[in-house]
Design a binder for this molecule. Structure first.
Ligand code: NAI
Length: 393
């Protein structure tokens, strides 16, 4: 098992030739994975001159898996990710209807990948709706397992929802349901453990990366015990576990109500380093922040469990069926997710090289069609863009 990454007392042990599983993904996944792999291998080679090398292992999921095995998420795929700890994936087609849950959600739940990490930064040369997009440089930590994503809800006018509403009215003395006969009801669980582990992950990340400010983003003014609890437990955790860092000023913890956060993120984005949010707020915020730096198509992401070490790095866009197979897709989201993966396993030199190559290409107005149009520049195909990156590496 000498080629397997493993986790020892919360720290990753990474061999020089680790096996890293990948899921190519559907649609444009097939266009971008092969291209991205060339960039990854070249960056590793340049950084370590043959002393280290990744042994990529293909796993099946999504449409490709269904066509080959009859299963959208074969059990061997899950077993291998559990075994090899760290994986990277392209976008997956989730069949609509038929009771098949989202493959991405299934992977996150099965591995309890509670931290969704999304760095948001500007690449000089990309068209953005902001006057100073370069001031936006923050890392989003979105809680991935609780909140309304737990999927606990009942449809209006069913026997189940009537039972629940009756219970709420009679046993819990709830009288605020405005239209009880026609309301659907959803439940939002937010726990002390769930909140503290994501906030701890954000603080650890900030300390490891010399970032000072942690901002808890919440709607505690309206939802006192769920969103308000998240805020309260965040401050509690910071005092209990990081007191000396707070006193020395190495760490600052503050909070902001979610709607004000969206305003401030547009007006004064430089005020934020690391932000931590509950699941739904985090969903909105990560896409809105990516859009304000013009990079919604190139923003990377990771889903991580810091205790077990399990992590899946992924392109955040979908399978883009409209351009699949046309050699037009932008590989940057997958490439930057790969950079996050290398950083996570401690191969920072590789991560830096990938980022730098992308920075150089975009600054030179070398970009794929999705970005080129807004910049009034000629679009490169996926393979032409990757050839430029290989030159810059
Ligand atoms: P989408 O992200 O695939 O496409 C939206 C638009 O963005 C399209 O015009 C597409 O051409 C463009 N686009 C997306 N990625 C691009 C890239 N890398 N380069 C250039 N242009 C790009 O979203 P849509 O259409 O809502 O979903 C299509 C499929 O993808 C669905 O089956 C959905 O379930 C799946 N999906 C999978 C995700 C994942 O696996 N993480 C995330 C989102 C959607």
């Amino acid at each position: 098992m000498s080629n397997t990454i493993y986790c020892k007392q919360g720290h990753l042990v990474v061999p020089d030739n680790p096996i890293i599983p990948y899921i190519e993904g559907d649609g444009i996944g097939q266009d971008i994975w092969k291209q991205a792999q060339q960039v990854f291998d070249c960056a590793v080679e340049k950084a370590y001159q043959g002393r280290k090398k990744v042994d990529w292992l293909e796993l099946l999921a999504g449409k490709k898996a269904y066509d080959q095995t009859g299963s959208w998420l074969p059990p061997e795929t899950m077993t291998s990710i559990k075994q090899y700890l760290v994986a990277i994936k392209g976008p997956l087609e989730t069949p609509v209807g038929g009771g098949i849950r989202s493959l991405n959600v299934a992977l996150r739940q099965e591995l309890d990948l509670y931290a969704c990490q999304r760095p948001v930064r500007y690449f000089q040369g990309i068209e953005s709706p902001l006057k100073h997009p370069e001031k936006t440089n923050m890392v989003v930590f979105r809680e991935n397992t609780e909140d309304i994503y737990a999927g606990i809800e009942w449809e209006a006018q069913t026997a189940e929802v009537q039972t629940l509403i009756h219970f709420l009215q009679t046993e819990m003395k709830v009288n605020q349901i405005r239209f009880p006969a026609s309301s659907s009801i959803g439940i939002k669980p937010i726990s002390i453990e769930g909140s503290k582990r994501i906030i701890r992950a954000a603080i650890e990340y900030a300390l490891a990366n010399d970032l000072r400010r942690i901002t808890l983003v919440h709607k505690g003014n309206i939802q006192k015990f769920t969103e308000g609890g998240f805020r309260k437990w965040g401050y509690e955790l910071a005092q209990q576990e990081y007191g000396p860092y707070l006193q020395s000023g190495k760490l600052q913890i503050n909070d902001i109500i979610a709607d004000n956060f969206f305003q401030q993120a547009l007006l004064h984005p430089e005020k934020f380093d690391v932000i931590v949010l509950t699941n739904l707020n985090g969903d909105y915020a990560s896409d809105a922040l990516a859009a304000q730096v013009g990079g919604i198509g190139i923003s990377p992401g990771a889903n991580i469990n810091y205790e077990t070490g399990h992590a899946i790095f992924e392109a955040t866009h979908g399978t883009a069926p409209d351009i699949a197979g046309k050699n037009q897709a932008n590989p940057c989201s997958l490439l930057l997710s790969g950079a996050m993966l290398f950083s996570y396993i401690g191969w920072q030199e590789v991560a830096d090289r990938i980022q730098k190559a992308i920075e150089t290409a975009i600054a030179n107005q070398e970009m794929t069609a999705d970005l080129a149009q807004a910049c009034s520049t000629r679009a490169l195909s996926t393979s032409q863009f990757v050839a430029r990156l290989l030159d810059y590496l």
